[in-house]
Ligand binder design. Structure first.
Ligand code: PEP
Ligand code: MN
Length: 337
């Protein structure tokens, strides 16, 4: 961290600031210039809050050199983290394919779709049982019955299951039954929920908040990891921009950025980004080419009558075509699908 002091800062105040930093176990180096005095702070500066340093009247500027995240930071963990989900790896050579309906609509429906997506190349099954809907009058999810229907689909197909946890109230149910706990975009900064899932060892699919910066997103992962759970998978699902043609804007630049800055896997959700089934294939192929470790895609065999997100759901046949094209792209970049 580099701190620039105002010209003519009183020595007494400068010494007080140095004492404060040294009391935080930081090493302070002073560079005296003609116009400015500059401090270099070395050590674990994640404990320093830039805003409160700026509040000191002798401080002119504060610049962070190190990132505020430690556990997610690739600098301290150069090798890729591979998250193991019941023997299926996310972050290795194989691109993980997660597919299924937005909402579980019943045991028969989820078991049928699970078999359909498995037959055409899915490695895992998605299905929401607790749904974060914009309107309180929209279908809110089947709750426990939906989770149990997902469990049945796993028994019938062997596919690990992914579902969204909206409240820590249901954490035990998820730890017991679900293979990957999804934290949805709307809860990315629900810090109590992040801490709660951090206390488990379950793989956590951490969606990017719809208005979250990359740094805020990585700090959300840091919350989970700082509680002791290293199994975090990032999921980009589009962010809010001025554009209204698509539901959100898919930010694929995060794939190389997350890979450079962190050691954690990242997957792409083109469904919630696009909001339109016709765009899913292009975005998925681009995501594979960009180096994503997986895709989570909404698939429904009767999208017109789906209880949620039908417009962005692919039919199994179209999903199968996407998988075939994805295999070709994966091969070009030295991966498998
Ligand atoms: C979902 O996966 O169905 C969902 C609601 O996702 P998001 O949190 O990305 O909107
Ligand atoms: Mn959905």
């Amino acid at each position: 961290m580099i701190i620039t002091l105002k010209k003519n800062a009183p020595k007494h105040d400068v010494d007080k600031l140095i004492d404060k930093f040294e009391g935080m176990n930081l090493h302070v180096t002073m560079i005296q210039g003609d116009n400015y005095n500059v401090f270099g702070l070395v050590g674990d500066t994640s404990v320093v809050d830039e805003k409160s340093v700026m509040a000191n009247p002798i401080v002119y500027n504060v610049q962070r050199v190190a990132q505020p995240y430690k556990l997610a930071n690739r600098m301290f963990h150069p090798e890729d983290t591979i998250v193991d989900v019941n023997g299926i790896q996310i972050g290795g050579k194989k691109i993980a394919m997660i597919a299924g309906p937005c909402s579980v609509e019943g045991e028969e429906q989820i078991c049928r779709i699970a078999k359909e997506v498995k037959a055409v190349g899915a490695d895992m099954l998605r299905g929401g049982a607790y749904k974060p809907r914009t309107s309180p009058y929209a279908f809110q999810g089947m709750g426990t019955a939906g989770i149990m229907a997902m469990v049945k689909a796993r028994q019938e197909t062997g596919l690990p299951i992914v579902s969204e946890l909206m409240s820590a109230e249901h954490l035990d149910e998820f730890v017991e039954n679900v293979d990957i706990i999804q934290i949805g975009a709307r809860n990315m900064q629900n810090f109590d929920l992040l801490k709660a899932v951090g206390k488990t060892k379950k793989p956590i699919l951490l969606k990017r908040g719809m208005s979250a910066t990359i740094q805020e997103w990585i700090m959300a992962a840091e919350y989970i990891m700082s509680e002791g759970n290293p199994n975090v998978i990032f999921c980009e699902r589009g962010i809010r921009t001025f554009e209204t043609y698509t539901r959100n804007t898919l930010d694929l630049s995060v794939v190389p950025i997350i890979k450079e800055r962190t050691h954690l896997p990242i997957i792409i959700d083109p469904s919630h980004a696009a909001g339109d089934y016709k765009l899913i294939e292009s975005l998925s192929l681009a995501a594979i080419a960009a180096g994503a470790d997986g895709l989570i895609i909404e698939v429904h065999d009767d999208p017109e009558n789906a209880w949620s997100d039908g417009a962005q759901s692919l039919k199994p046949k179209r999903y199968a075509e996407l998988v075939e094209k994805g295999k070709a792209i994966a091969k070009v970049i030295g991966r498998e699908l």
